[in-house]
Design a protein around this ligand. Structure first.
Ligand code: SF4
Length: 183
């Protein structure tokens, strides 16, 4: 990314993640104020924007792809983002989200909506409003091109800060000194 006084248009989203990696973004604490000088947050769980906008410079994606909604969303993100950063092990490998792959969607729905439910009078899985689950949970790069990968579970706040600073300043960074899978 060019070193320019113009703020970059930043989006963040969590798909099938636990929100822990987004909590790590907030854990940058006072460094958020420094980052805010260089970015406009145009879409994120942190801001009230319903539609993913065009012409985004960088989108940070937490979580794997588990539903038809996730697939549609990541394709829309790719079409409208110059760069995509896969944030955390779920986005990069599937991680916790992909544990479902050992058992299949029906077993997960059975557990969630019947075995562990206090009430389910309909005796059916929800089929409206709730997105349809994929047979297999996928990491982002199996569906779209991903430009940067930042592992961790969750990704340490310092690693996110250093990565963002490097992208803003247009320089290379060795992330292996900052984080690792499962950290
Ligand atoms: S990588 Fe870990 S902290 Fe991040 S969304 Fe996945 S489970 Fe949560």
């Amino acid at each position: 990314m060019e070193n320019s006084p113009k703020k970059i248009r930043l989006a963040t989203i969590w798909l099938d993640g636990c929100s822990g990696c987004h909590m790590s973004i907030l854990d940058m604490d006072e460094k958020l104020i420094e980052i805010a000088e260089y970015v406009d947050v145009v879409y994120s769980p942190y801001v009230d924007e319903k539609e993913f906008p065009p012409n985004v410079d960088l989108t940070i994606v937490e979580g794997a792809l588990s539903s038809d909604h996730d697939i549609a969303m990541i394709k829309k993100i790719r079409e409208n983002s110059k760069l995509i950063l896969a944030l955390g092990d779920c986005a990069i490998t599937g991680n916790i989200s992909a544990m479902k792959n050992l058992f299949g969607s029906d077993a997960v729905l059975q557990k969630g909506y019947f075995d562990l439910a206090d009430i389910n009078e309909s005796k059916k899985y929800p089929s409206q409003i709730v997105p349809k689950l994929l047979d297999k949970v996928l990491p982002l790069h199996e569906v779209v091109k991903v430009d940067y990968f930042l592992p961790g579970c969750p990704v340490p706040a310092d690693a996110i800060y250093e990565m963002l600073k490097a992208l803003i300043e247009g320089r290379e960074i060795n992330i292996h000194k900052l984080t690792r899978f499962g950290k």
